[in-house]
Design a protein around this ligand. Structure first.
Ligand SMILES: *Cc1c(COP(=O)(O)O)cnc(C)c1O
Length: 337
C-alpha cells in the first residue's frame, strides 16, 4: 500500500483512538481460534476471531460503548437514538443501560424477533418502522431532530469505527506470526474501516479483504464507481449487513486500505454457517459467516496454499426457526469446505 502523508495522518488518528477506546468496561477480548476442519479442507491455516462470543453476541457492543461513553454529560442526560437492523441496537441498548442513558431504537419492521427482544430486555424503547434499514434510519434522524437526543450511527461515526477497530488491536496481539489476510464482513463499513486503519498503519503487508452479500454489496459498488453510491435495492437474508450505502467516514479509509472485495451468495453463507458449526459447535447468523464464505471463495479463485487467513466471525443473532432453512440450503449445496 503506497499511501500519501495525508492518508498516514488519517490512519494515525484512528490508531490513537483505537488504543484509547475504553471498550473493555463492557466488551470482552474474544478468542482467535484455529478452525481445524476448514484449515485442512482448504490447505491454509484458517483462524476465527470469535466476536459471536461478545455480550449481545456481536462486535457491535465495542463501537456503541465507545461512542456513548464519550458523550458530554449534557448529551448523556438528553438520551440517544439510533436506527439498526438489530445488532447495533442491542449494543446501544446494553451500553446505554450500563451508563444510565435513555435510549430509543428504530428498527425495520422485519427485524428478527430475537433482536427486538434483545433490545427490549435491556430497557431501551423500540420503535418498529419501515421495510428496511434506510427507512428506519430516516425516521430515527427525524426523531433525533424533534427530541434533541443524540443520534448514534451504527457505522458512520469515528468513535464507532474506533471501537470496532479494537478487534484488530486484539488480533495483532494474539497472532504475532506470519499473517497473509484478514477477511472482514461489510455492511456500512464501520468494522472494516476500524480494522483496516489499525492493520494498514502497523502491518501494511497484511491484506484486508472485505466480504459482502451479493444482495447488499455497497462497498464494491462504491469502489468501482470511485464514489459512494446508493444501491437501488437491498436483500435482507444477511440482515446484519443489509445497508444500501457505505458510510462516509468508513469509505474515506476503505478507498485506500481495502485490497479487495469478494461478494458471496446466500447459499454460500448457509454452507459457511455449517462449516463454522463443524469447527466450533457454534451457530452464526448469516452476516457472521460472510468472512468464512469469502475465504472459501478466495482460496478457490487464487489457489492460495499454506497461507494464514483470519475470518471475523461477527455475530450469532439468528432466529432459531431460520435454522431449518439454513440447514436445507447447506445440504442442497453439499456444504463443501
Ligand atoms: C453490523 C454487522 C456487520 C457489518 O458491520 P459494518 O460496520 O456495518 O460494516 C457484520 N456482521 C454482523 C453480525 C453485524 O452485526
Amino acid at each position: 500500500m503506497n499511501s500519501t502523508p495525508c492518508q498516514q495522518t488519517l490512519l494515525e488518528h484512528y490508531v490513537k483512538k483505537i488504543l484509547a477506546a475504553p471498550v473493555y468496561e463492557l466488551a470482552v477480548r474474544t478468542p482467535l481460534q484455529v478452525a481445524p476442519a476448514l484449515s485442512a479442507a482448504l490447505g491454509n491455516q484458517v483462524l476465527l476471531k470469535r466476536e459471536d462470543l461478545q455480550p449481545t453476541f456481536s462486535f457491535k457492543i465495542r463501537g456503541a460503548y465507545n461512542k456513548l461513553v464519550q458523550l458530554s454529560d449534557e448529551q448523556k442526560a438528553r438520551g440517544v437514538i439510533t436506527a439498526s437492523a438489530g445488532n447495533h441496537a442491542q449494543g446501544v441498548a446494553l451500553a446505554a443501560l450500563e451508563l444510565g442513558i435513555a435510549a430509543t431504537i428504530v428498527m425495520p419492521c422485519k427485524t428478527p424477533e430475537l433482536k427486538v427482544l434483545g433490545v427490549r430486555s435491556r430497557a431501551a424503547e423500540v420503535v418498529l418502522h419501515g421495510q428496511s434499514f434506510p427507512f428506519a434510519l430516516a425516521h430515527a434522524l427525524q426523531l433525533a431532530e424533534e427530541t434533541g437526543r443524540t443520534f448514534v450511527s451504527p457505522f458512520d461515526d469515528p468513535d464507532v469505527i474506533a471501537g470496532q477497530g479494537t478487534v484488530a488491536m486484539e488480533i495483532l496481539r494474539q497472532h504475532q506470526g506470519p499473517l497473509d489476510a484478514i477477511f472482514v464482513p461489510v455492511g456500512g463499513g464501520g468494522l472494516i474501516a476500524g480494522i483496516a486503519a489499525y492493520v494498514k498503519y502497523l502491518r501494511p503487508e497484511v491484506r484486508i479483504i472485505g466480504v459482502e452479500s451479493e444482495h447488499s454489496a455497497c462497498l464494491a459498488a462504491a469502489l468501482s464507481a470511485g464514489t459512494r453510491v446508493v444501491l437501488p435495492s437491498v436483500g435482507t437474508f444477511a440482515d446484519g449487513v443489509a445497508v444500501a450505502q457505505i458510510g462516509a467516514y468508513g469509505f474515506e479509509v476503505c478507498r485506500f486500505c481495502v485490497d479487495e472485495v469478494i461478494t458471496v451468495s446466500n447459499d454460500e453463507l448457509c454452507a459457511a454457517i455449517k462449516n463454522i458449526y463443524d469447527d466450533t459447535r457454534s451457530i452464526t447468523e448469516p452476516s457472521g459467516a460472510l468472512a468464512v464464505a469469502g475465504i472459501k471463495k478466495y482460496v478457490a479463485q487464487t489457489r492460495a496454499a499454506g497461507q494464514t487467513l483470519i475470518a471475523i466471525d461477527s455475530g450469532a443473532n439468528i432466529n432459531f426457526d431460520s435454522l431449518r432453512h439454513v440447514a436445507e440450503r447447506a445440504a442442497l449445496n453439499g456444504a463443501p469446505a
